[in-house]
Design a protein around this ligand. Structure first.
Ligand SMILES: [Zn+2]
Length: 217
């Protein structure tokens, strides 16, 4: 996805300045103003406003003026013009904040879930591992006894953490058997070598019966 960042101007108010004279032609009530608010955007989604721009033009002599060229009292009138709030200019910031909150919450939920699952290993659990040499992989639990957990390690390693889940295919668990005590597994979790545990949401029994196909001859 391509992100484009930039600024845009939105015209938020137009009007006339009363009881003031044009600095050039000296006519009264001829000054018109346009106020623009500049905002930053990310791929056209407004992030936040960054400033105001004011354009002033005299309807009599057609001269345009910069804000700085105007008298103190005209500047004050422009400054006190009510422009309303432009809360929509924060849309993108709001979305980004929500996204960030969701990501952080999800991270802690997953961490929390792992800290509970590590205490009660069951057959079928998949443990995501981080080795001390920096590689990632996973292992699947085959059998659990009172103290020991029998596992099969994945045949493959991943270089990056987000690639681990893609390795989790049943044909990748073949002959790398390893047995751990439950205490050892807890130690590995504390040392951050077990980084995530995935448990099937459905009891294994249910899945089996669902996939049973009657044999007819
Ligand atoms: Zn004028």
């Amino acid at each position: 996805m391509l992100f484009l960042i930039g600024t845009r101007d939105s015209n938020i108010k137009n009007g006339e300045i009363f009881n003031e004279k044009c600095p050039k032609c000296n006519e009264e009530n001829t000054l018109h103003f346009s106020i623009y608010r500049r905002y930053t955007h990310l791929t056209l989604i407004p992030l936040f406003p960054v400033g105001k721009l004011v354009f002033i033009k005299c309807s009599h002599c057609k001269e345009t003026f910069n804000y700085e060229d105007l008298s103190e009292s005209i500047q004050l009138k422009l400054r006190t013009e009510k422009t309303g709030n432009s809360i929509w200019m924060f849309t993108g910031s709001f979305i980004l904040a929500l996204f960030l909150i969701f990501t952080i919450k999800n991270y802690f939920d997953k961490k929390d879930e792992t800290s509970i699952l590590i205490k009660t290993p069951i057959v079928g659990d998949v443990y995501n591992l981080k080795f001390s040499d920096g590689y990632y992989s996973n292992m699947k639990i085959d059998k659990v006894t009172k103290d020991s957990v029998y596992t099969t390690h994945n045949d493959f390693n991943a270089y990056l953490p987000y690639e681990i889940d893609a390795l989790d295919k049943s044909e990748n668990y073949t002959n790398r058997k390893a047995t751990y005590s439950k205490k050892e597994l807890l130690e590995l979790y504390k040392k951050d070598e077990i980084i995530k545990i995935k448990r099937s949401k459905y009891p294994i029994q249910l899945l089996k019966s669902e996939y049973q196909i009657p044999i007819t001859k």
